[in-house]
Design a protein around this ligand. Structure first.
Ligand code: AMP
Length: 401
């Protein structure tokens, strides 16, 4: 039986485990959703098979139940050789993945004030697997780490210096693992080396962000102190005038209410009044729904503005890359966005675009386009598995043979 790796992704109401082999192939994943509600459920990917969950289960108990289910089905046959954890916020402390020990746990906890909904649950997952597998090396892979190469002109807000110095107020950026993956894959598809490849990457899922990646290093990105900044997203507004808080306070809304609205009831959902789901909105727009069409228009225009903004950080562009549920699947969104970029000379091949680049190794640009455009299905879990294995191996004493 080949050695295996476990990837753990703990969200605020979900817990996902993925099992990889050392050839970087995902064998299976299990997903528990709607945790801490009466409708909590778990199932194995690609099947209708459900896994019983403990009542009122803590993350520790849910994780133990999922691991047990993998074991009894003969999927996880012995202890994994390493366990990788997705951790949302690494602040300025983590510029790359980290082998987890008590000090790293304390540092992740220290960053929790920057991501109060995420880091504590990420830590709960880490505690659970450390209890279950005390001898197995565990690695934290941070959403923020890839963007730690941003220069100060890109990461500082024009705010009093003390906000940055005393309260760590700066732009961090997120989806770093996905942007890193796009940079690696784009270099491979273009037959170039990663550290000489410059791309603009767009991760468009329920959360959305773009990044400018210069010679393999992130130099600008659209998300900021939190994932709220930047693009229009499923339920997040992206950029708004910060004076909105004060203005709406005058209308009787508290900061907490506005914050919740900007995160949960805005974006595609707020604009369309119907749905946060791009597929649904594309269908509705086809049927003449004006709110859905407006939501798509604002989404694509804001995205195009940000793609243009990313060129300010680059001296060369080897490809524009799309990923995420929308970026990988919506020909309409890609086409509508690129139409705003005609000044950059970017054009799409309508057939390749409609096929999501399936027959063209991801390429969807027209022959006359000034820059290549690629669709690359993201694979953050694979990056986490690779990082876990790399750091776990670095702890092993060198072989003598
Ligand atoms: P993710 O968070 O990466 O899973 O992406 C979720 C988003 O991708 C949702 O808005 C989906 O509606 C969107 N999506 C998935 N498939 C399609 C599709 N074929 N066309 C348009 N949007 C899609």
């Amino acid at each position: 039986m080949e050695d295996q790796l476990l990837v753990v992704n703990c969200g605020s109401s979900s817990l996902k485990l993925a099992v990889f082999d050392q050839g970087r192939r995902k064998l299976v994943s299990v997903l528990a959703e709607r945790l801490n509600t009466d409708e909590a459920s778990a199932r194995i990917s690609g099947t209708a098979e459900t896994i019983p969950l403990p009542d009122n289960g803590s993350y520790e108990r849910v994780l133990a139940a999922l691991v047990e289910a993998l074991k009894t089905r003969g999927i996880l046959c012995r202890d994994p050789v390493a366990i990788g954890h997705r951790v949302v916020h690494g602040g300025e402390t983590f510029r790359g993945a980290a082998l987890i020990d008590d000090q790293v746990v304390a540092a992740i906890d220290h960053c929790a004030s920057l991501a109060p909904l995420h880091n504590p649950v990420n830590l709960a997952g880490i505690a659970a697997t450390r209890a279950l597998y005390p001898e197995v090396p565990q690695v934290a892979v941070f959403d923020t780490a890839f963007h730690q190469t941003l220069p100060p002109k890109a990461f500082r807000y024009a705010l009093p210096e003390t906000y940055y110095r005393d309260w760590a107020v700066r732009r961090y950026g997120f989806h770093g693992t996905s942007h890193y993956f796009m940079a690696q894959e784009a270099a491979r598809l273009l037959a170039r080396t990663h550290d000489t490849t410059s791309i603009i990457s767009a991760h468009l899922g329920n959360g959305c962000s773009v990044a400018a990646i210069r010679n393999g290093r992130s130099v600008d990105t659209s998300m900021g102190l939190t994932p709220l900044e930047g693009l229009v997203m499923g339920t997040r507004s992206g950029d708004v005038d910060p004076s909105l808080f004060d203005y709406l306070a005058g209308k009787g809304l508290s900061a907490a209410e506005v914050h919740k609205t900007l995160n949960k009831q805005s974006g595609l959902l707020g604009l369309s009044g119907e749905s946060n789901d791009m597929r649904t909105l594309c269908d509705l727009a086809e049927q003449g729904h004006s709110g859905a069409a407006l939501a798509i228009d604002v989404f694509c225009f804001r995205l195009a503005r940000y793609l243009g903004a990313m060129t300010a950080s680059l001296t060369a562009l080897d490809a524009l890359v799309f990923t995420g549920g929308i970026g990988e699947n919506s020909a309409r969104v890609r086409q509508q966005t690129v139409e705003h970029l005609s000044l950059l000379g970017i054009t799409l091949d309508s057939v390749a675009n409609a096929r999501n680049g399936a027959d063209t190794e991801g390429r969807i640009n027209a022959a006359e386009s000034r820059y290549p455009v690629l669709v690359i299905p993201t694979n953050e879990e694979r990056v986490i598995a690779e990082e876990a294995l790399r750091l776990a191996r670095s702890t092993q004493s060198p072989s003598t043979d």
